[in-house]
Unconditional design. Structure first.
Length: 405
């Protein structure tokens, strides 16, 4: 098959998906925002051809580039970048190709429409609404009360997401988001409880492979507190009874949205009001999360994604042998790294369980907290026992300190 892959080099993570397609015999042409001489050599080595496009959100512009450079004949259009999911769907429609349709792509980008669609189909979601003004937000608060969450309609992760507990915080969030008819925002009920995510690889019948993971603490708290060493933990207990309700809800969501031959990334909460759906994307989790599935399950998750996406039979099953985790240590301030404390002790205790890490050298500029969980200082581990894994990450988060000036 001949695949058009959008944005093959925005992160090294993208290379794994291109490699998966190549591994099953596909020819892959890439279109990205960078000129060819600024694309990583690893990406160019994988790609059969590449072209730059300065308007990656314009299907017309990308189609023109594809036709001029590659001839415009493809069997699939794929991407893993959240902002390009809808553009890829429009290209599929223009080229009459199978894959995620435009209507589904738009639902997966519009959080308010998505929740309304799923509520109508019996999926438990937080109350939510589209707002175009401060008055709209205050009307929602009057009906549902505080706390609420304010965020962009088509946001990514926890960027520009505000947990609002009173009028002053609401006013500050509205000032930052500036909702209008041209640029509406989303407001929703704040759901208390534990937060996690559930990812799938779907084929033409539904869920083929699934994975469950947990945040400690939740995303909003983790993204705002420098003193926290946040964790992501991928469980190897997903087939036990405790995950039955979550797996069922995820399948109901996937089927309701007719998500087929794609990766999905679903956020969820569990608390006093029970299990609640948060949102779903028609793309893989970010932060190189799929590498955690690969190490945990001893199988090529990228190749399995390619097989499912292209409608080919599965060749492997996840072993569920290991749990994997990611723990990040934040610098004590923005600036440049001066030193790390506790590194030697951490390596002595847990080095044999760490399969990947990054410890910036002195003088390295720090990165802001809103850049996510895979920046500054971080460690990724695996262990056969989930509870032991969690204990190791907690110990590393207490031992290691990053000082900056």
């Amino acid at each position: 098959m001949r695949i058009l892959f959008l944005a093959p080099d925005t992160h090294v993570y993208n290379h794994g998906f291109v490699q998966g397609l190549k591994a099953v015999g596909a020819r892959v042409c890439g279109i990205g925002p960078a000129p060819k001489d600024r694309v990583r050599a690893e990406a160019l080595h994988l790609l059969d051809d590449y072209a730059a496009c300065g308007e990656m959100f314009s299907a017309d512009a990308m189609l023109a580039v594809a036709k001029a450079t590659f001839g415009g004949t493809f069997d699939r259009v794929e991407t893993i970048d959240e902002p390009l999911v809808e553009s890829a769907a429009v290209l599929r429609e223009r080229l009459a190709l199978p894959g995620l349709p435009v209507a589904t792509a738009r639902l997966c980008r519009d959080k308010v429409a998505m929740k309304a669609f799923l509520r109508e189909r019996g999926i438990p979601c937080a109350a939510s609404a589209r707002i175009e003004s401060a008055a709209d937000a205050l009307q929602f608060v009057e009906q549902h009360g505080y706390p609420v969450v304010l965020k962009p309609i088509a946001g990514f992760g926890s960027l520009q997401t505000f947990a609002v507990r009173d009028r002053a915080q609401c006013d500050a969030a509205l000032a930052a988001l500036r909702p209008s008819a041209a640029s509406p925002a989303a407001i929703e009920e704040f759901v208390e409880g534990h937060e996690g995510f559930f990812d799938t690889i779907t084929d033409d019948t539904g869920v083929r492979h699934d994975f469950a993971a947990h945040y400690f603490p939740g995303c909003l708290e983790a993204s705002r507190e420098r003193s926290i060493s946040p964790q992501i933990a991928v469980t190897n207990r997903i087939e036990q009874d405790g995950y039955r309700e979550l797996r069922k809800m995820a399948r109901n969501v996937v089927d309701a949205l007719s998500l087929r031959n794609t990766a999905t990334h679903m956020e969820w909460f569990f608390g006093p009001k029970g299990l609640k759906f948060s949102e779903i994307g028609a793309r893989p989790a970010g932060e190189k999360i799929w590498d955690m599935y690969r190490f945990a399950n001893e199988f090529d998750v990228y190749r399995e994604w390619a097989l499912a996406t292209l409608g080919m039979p599965s060749q492997q099953q996840p072993s569920r042998r290991f749990a994997t985790g990611s723990v990040q240590v934040r610098p004590d301030r923005d600036g440049r790294v001066v030193r790390h404390d506790g590194i030697e002790q951490a390596w002595s205790e847990f080095g044999r369980f760490v399969y990947e890490s990054e410890v910036p050298k002195p003088g390295t500029p720090t990165k802001p907290l809103d850049k996510g969980w895979l920046c500054n200082t971080w460690f990724r581990l695996r262990h056969e026992d989930y509870d032991t894994l969690r204990g190791m990450m907690t110990r590393i988060g207490a031992l290691v300190r990053c000082h900056a000036h």
